[in-house]
Design a protein around this ligand. Structure first.
Ligand code: AHG
Ligand code: MN
Ligand code: MN
Length: 332
């Protein structure tokens, strides 16, 4: 079988299909290279002294793990000097990170969740990296947070790497979703699945059930119908999976369908859900829609939300279209 590398795939997209400009191709290659480094660090575990807490807090008030900090550093360093970016933003940094003056400034903005699924790091369960790429606004001077506040529909690329039994990179530039597997010996990303499609119907759901008593009525109703199975309104049994790494849960859904939910609840109205719009929900929504699925906050399409803050949170319902449509209907 002829192997297609990520580089070849991107060059062909640029040259033959004209779907991506050269600068965006470079950007994606650099992010992919950074994910390779993160994968390497993740794989070392205790041998690389990368497990455990960094004893610092991020802007979300969460204690950072060593790997949160290491992965953030890897992504910043890899992307600073190439000339393809104007600025970066990260879950782990309160403010945006403009490209230092000593390097040329490009026309893209990169956002990332450097290490997703932090609670799984120390127990050797799949974790990942999520990224989103926006175009800097026309005529932008020195980049500010305001320049990042664009709806997800304006993303020009998004992807995630999942560090599991295999390391994979799942990518969209708005022309389908493609999956690359890391050949660890060769150090290269190899195209292993073109045009991933999420089945429209599913019998599998993902939600943190321990929050059940805090949910709003539409989510209570929807999940209780799933749980009632063949004896309830749905007339079929559902199975549940919850990995607690969004990357890993979404990757399963891309492969065999399912619905993933992280709803808002009644506890703290200043925190609508747990997940962050700009570097978790938006990139995943872009990927899921490109794979034929749907992504809403219960009421609106996630990618239509006009962001007001870099680190804002959003309720998330995504995956197989029939289920996302149903739970969204219950919200109306
Ligand atoms: P992060 O590690 O980047 O903070 O994200 C963790 C998120 C997401 O990946 C996952 O779906 C969810 O938190 C898990 O939440 P619970 O702790 O409620 O299971
Ligand atoms: Mn995350
Ligand atoms: Mn994270």
């Amino acid at each position: 079988m002829k192997r297609v590398s990520l580089t070849q795939y991107l060059v062909e997209e640029q040259r033959l299909n004209n779907t991506i400009p050269a600068e965006l191709r470079l950007l994606i290659e650099v992010v992919a290279r950074a994910c390779k480094s993160i994968s390497h660090a993740v794989g070392k575990g205790a041998l690389g002294d990368v497990l455990g807490s960094a004893d610092t807090e991020n802007i979300q008030g969460e204690v950072q793990k060593k790997l949160d900090v290491i992965s953030n550093e890897i992504l910043l360093q890899a992307n600073e000097w190439g000339g393809h970016l104007a600025a970066m933003a990260s879950e782990e940094m309160e403010s945006i990170h403009p490209i230092p003056n000593r390097y040329p400034m490009g026309e893209y903005l990169l956002l990332f969740d450097p290490l997703d699924g932090s609670s799984n790091i120390d127990v050797n369960v799949s974790i990942g990296t999520i990224f989103s790429v926006l175009k800097a606004p026309e005529g932008m001077g020195t980049p500010t947070e305001q320049d990042f506040l664009q709806a997800g529909a304006r993303q020009v690329a998004a992807g995630y790497a999942v560090y599991g039994p295999q390391t994979m990179l799942v990518l969209t530039t708005g022309h389908g979703v493609h999956c690359f597997t890391l050949d660890r010996e060769m150090g290269s990303w190899v195209l292993t699945e073109r045009d991933m499609k999420i089945p429209q119907a599913t019998k599998e759901f993902a939600i943190n059930m321990s929050n059940q008593r805090h949910w709003h009525p539409p989510v209570q109703r929807y999940v209780s119908e799933l749980l009632a199975g063949s004896t309830g309104a749905r007339g079929k049994d559902f199975n549940m999976r919850w990995i607690a790494s969004m990357v890993a849960d979404v990757h399963r859904i891309l492969n065999r369908g399912g619905v993933f939910m992280y709803p808002a609840d009644v506890r703290d109205t200043s925190k609508p859900g747990k997940l962050r719009l700009m570097y978790e929900a938006n990139p995943m929504a872009f990927i899921v829609e490109q794979a034929g699925g749907a992504a809403t906050d219960g009421v609106r399409r996630i990618m239509d939300i006009e962001p007001t803050q870099l680190h804002q949170r959003v309720p998330v319902f995504l995956g197989s279209k029939e289920e996302v449509d149903l739970v969204s209907r219950y919200h109306q």
